[in-house]
Design a protein around this ligand. Structure first.
Ligand SMILES: Nc1ncnc2c1ncn2[C@@H]1O[C@H](COP(=O)(O)OP(=O)(O)OP(=O)(O)O)[C@@H](O)[C@H]1O
Length: 258
């Protein structure tokens, strides 16, 4: 079951004199999707690192399902939150199946407690991400997009209640990008994801959070937030929005400022 996320006055910096993100507060309701957008270096990955429990905040709180994740045992957090990260991948000396199976570790009671249920969940994820034919290949030999799909499958078999994804589409071809967006839309989880593609962001988000220089510069429903003024402020580009003639979906195009 999905959980809500509350982030309050979150700050993080590498040393006391330097803050990379500052005074970040927002809510994500259970089962909804928030897409974080912003220019390179705006602080998106840094924000996510405090949410999936990598960077301890220098101030503020992150609560998932009403519990402060920095006060919980790490194992409990790994049952609650899964992360799919940009920093691909240690060149694991494992097969694709073994990498995906690692997602089940937080659910095991001991090193030998692998169950038939685990196998069924892993097989399903391999099929969903079109990895069944690659299952016995070494992970290190996969293409960038295949690795990305394997890491997504690993997060899904973790059966988290909140999934945090940092640019999950950045190695994927167009079809696989659309499939991932479609899959994220259907998940019975709370989703927090960074994307660079504002068209994908608008298609996926219940809520868009725009970051600029380590702070939130806009937050709300996609079409309320992704205005030419906000896009100019966040990305220093001119934006136009129209509707796709067939689907009716919003469609953005961009130019450098004249
Ligand atoms: N541990 C660290 N020590 C020093 N600086 C850091 C550290 N982590 C991040 N930064 C800096 O903080 C800024 C924000 O980085 P971050 O990776 O969060 O940006 P981002 O919005 O995710 O960017 P991108 O779109 O390029 O992935 C960058 O200038 C980065 O160099």
């Amino acid at each position: 079951m999905a959980v809500d996320l509350k982030v309050r006055d979150l700050c993080w910096g590498p040393d006391p004199g330097r803050r990379i993100i500052e005074a970040i507060s927002f809510d994500v309701s259970a089962g909804s999707t928030t897409v974080i957008v912003g220019a390179n270096g705006a602080g998106k990955s840094t924000l996510l690192r405090s949410i999936y429990r990598r960077n301890r905040p220098t101030a503020g709180q992150v609560c998932a399902g009403g519990r402060d994740i920095w006060q919980m045992p790490a194992r409990d957090v790994s049952r609650l939150i899964a992360a799919v990260l940009q920093e691909i991948a240690p060149d694991f000396a494992f097969t694709v199946r073994e990498v995906v199976a690692m997602g089940r570790i937080p659910h095991r009671s001991g090193p030998f407690s692998h169950s038939m249920g685990d196998d069924a969940i892993i097989d399903q994820a391999l099929a969903d991400f079109e990895l069944a034919d690659l299952a016995d290949r070494p992970f290190s030999g996969l293409s960038g997009g295949e690795k990305q799909r394997a890491l997504l499958a690993r997060a899904i078999v973790q059966q988290p209640r909140l999934i945090v994804l940092d640019e999950p589409t950045n190695h994927l071809d167009i079809r696989h990008q659309l499939e991932i967006i479609d899959m994220l839309r259907r998940l019975d989880m709370t989703v927090l994801v960074t994307l660079h593609d504002l068209n994908l962001a608008a298609a996926l988000a219940d809520q868009v959070l725009v970051m600029r220089a380590g702070r939130i510069c806009a937050l709300g429903p996609p079409l309320a937030v992704l205005t030419p003024d906000t896009i100019r402020a966040a990305f220093d580009v001119e934006a136009d929005m129209d509707r796709h003639p067939r689907t009716g979906r919003p469609r953005f195009s961009f130019d450098l400022p004249s």
